[in-house]
Design a protein around this ligand. Structure first.
Ligand code: BES
Ligand code: MN
Ligand code: ZN
Length: 508
């Protein structure tokens, strides 16, 4: 669940209590607040720093409990090395690092002095720092009943959770103003993480749709399309994937019209929302199957992004479309060898029921283009294990029919740290999914599995529509720890696409 810690901004006056965090730079140069404190305490800080061998380098800290002559519970000096060269990502990560040092164990409030030895930190960088701190504070603890009960019992005696973070800076008013979109972003990423972390017994297609429906209160128009409507629309590929489950498939359409009619056609964001992927009749092996509760991370990103755009009232027209299905084996499940007809009219030979994500996306992509004529369409999906073989967990795979869109996405990835690596598309790869009995088959053979999956999607993109496919199987779930994330579901894509919108599509 989201970080329950309140965050606020204040001037650089010395706090009376709590945990205090101050910075120092290379050569053990103390920040102005730290220098003042050092003087006031007759050299306590510089002495402790010297004893600790602290040089002001990155990742170095000096930690002092109950500092003599001060009312603070704890004083932490954090090394920044050379902050004059920091970019936004450095400030974001620093916010995460500092939040990671604060457990609330010593005191319920923390005061962080965000400043450099050589001058003030820019307001935008303070906002990045605050975002990093909020994202690092995220923990999915919904089902930890024991620790919660214990906390209640102990509440009066000694509540040891962090309640409050105060960021002390030169212009707290400006920082508070810059914080509004940061709060929206923290909420959006938190929502995406919550959805990915939620187990599949709790979050099936209908429950997921209900969570998306809640965006209505932010001014997003939300429609939930059930199986009857999907049948009428002809979404035979998506419905085939869900037909083995007792839980009916759903498609959710979310419209945010922040740019109004003058903003023109929307940008469409489409997400794979397989709430659990057993593989179907082509059943997956047991080991690690539990991870397939995260096979809806693409859809979670779309919902998180729509929340974020609406919460910060982005001047952009965006439509989010998610295909929600559960891929189960049963007497009603689709079989290998089945031929199904997609909404586009193209037929698909189902060679492997575990290659289900592309079938779900095929109908969602087609629907998005038919109904909205989007100026660009981007889909996110935990689509292939093969993308992890190619890129590990550092980059998501990017496929696109448009160099400009592709370059913009890569740039947004660099700026946010949600990195992308472009992989090829081409006629020879496309041939891999030709079928003997239908227009195409849903698997492309042994090699280049991420590419043949992308080729499959491209068969549902109309000529002239700029399109990008992000394969996020390695980055959105079972994530590697970072300074700003310790959650299994990372919320990958929300910050990335927010940046793309801000840079390329928003009216300013
Ligand atoms: N959801 C999986 C891909 C996946 C694997 C995501 C591991 C996250 C972690 C997808 O539906 C799938 O099963 N893909 C198959 C495709 C194959 C059958 C052609 C794969 O990658 O093995
Ligand atoms: Mn699968
Ligand atoms: Zn899947």
């Amino acid at each position: 669940m989201s970080d329950q810690t309140a965050l606020s901004f204040a001037s650089k006056t010395a706090p009376a209590d709590g945990v205090v965090v101050m910075f120092a730079e290379e050569g053990r140069k103390l920040s102005p607040a730290a220098q003042d404190l050092d003087k006031k305490t007759k050299g306590l800080l510089s002495r402790a720093a010297e004893i600790a061998g602290f040089k002001g380098k990155k990742e170095q800290t000096v930690d002092i409990l109950a500092p003599q002559g001060l009312k603070f519970a704890r004083l932490v000096l954090v090394g920044l090395d050379k902050p004059s060269g920091y970019g936004p990502e450095d400030w974001l990560n620093l916010g995460g690092t500092v939040r990671g040092l604060l457990s609330g164990k010593e005191a319920p409030s923390a005061h962080i002095f965000v400043e450099m030895a050589g001058g003030d930190v820019a307001t935008a960088d303070i906002a990045s720092f605050a975002l990093g701190a909020l994202l690092r504070g995220y923990k999915f603890q919904k089902y930890k009943t024991k620790s919660r009960k214990k906390k209640d019992a102990d509440a009066e005696a000694n509540d040891r959770t962090l309640k409050k973070i105060v960021i002390h800076c030169a212009d707290p008013k400006a920082a508070s103003q810059a914080f509004a979109p940061v709060r929206a972003m923290a909420e959006g990423v938190t929502l995406a993480r919550d959805l990915v972390n939620e187990p599949a017994n709790v979050l099936g297609p209908a429950e997921f749709a209900a969570r998306a429906k809640a965006l209505t209160k932010l001014g997003v128009q939300v429609e939930v399309l059930g199986p009857k409507v999907l049948q009428k629309l002809g979404m035979g590929a998506l419905l085939a994937v869900g037909q083995g489950s007792d839980r009916p498939s759903q498609v959710v359409v979310m419209q945010w019209k922040g740019a109004g009619p003058r903003g023109g056609e929307p940008v469409a964001i489409v997400g794979k929302g397989v709430t659990f992927d057993t593989g179907g009749i082509s059943l997956k092996p047991a080991a690690g199957m539990e991870d397939m509760k995260g096979d809806m991370a693409g859809a979670a990103c779309v919902v998180g992004l729509m929340h974020e755009l609406a919460a910060r009232k982005a001047k952009v027209n965006a439509v989010g479309i998610i295909g929600l299905v559960e891929n189960m084996p049963s007497g009603r499940a689709q079989r290998p060898g089945d031929v199904v007809t997609s909404m586009s009219g193209q037929t698909i030979e189902v060679l492997n029921t575990d290659a289900e994500g592309r079938m779900v996306l095929a109908d969602c992509l087609w629907y998005a283009q038919e109904r909205f004529k989007p100026k660009a369409i981007i889909n996110l999906a935990t689509l292939t294990g093969a993308v992890m073989v190619a890129l590990g967990k550092e980059h998501a795979g990017l496929f696109s029919n448009n160099d400009e869109l592709s370059d913009r996405l890569i740039a947004a990835g660099r700026a946010t740290g949600e990195k992308l690596w472009r992989l090829p598309l081409g006629a020879k790869y496309d041939k891999m999914i030709d079928s003997k009995v239908a227009d195409m088959k849903n698997t492309g053979g042994k090699w280049g599995g991420s590419i043949s999956a992308a080729q499959f999607l491209q068969r549902f993109i109309k000529d002239g529509t700029p399109w990008a496919h992000l394969d996020i199987a390695g980055t959105a779930m079972s994530s590697v720890d970072s300074e700003i994330n310790r959650s299994w579901g990372s919320g990958f894509g929300v910050r990335l696409l927010d940046r793309l919108f801000a840079d390329a599509y928003e009216r300013h």
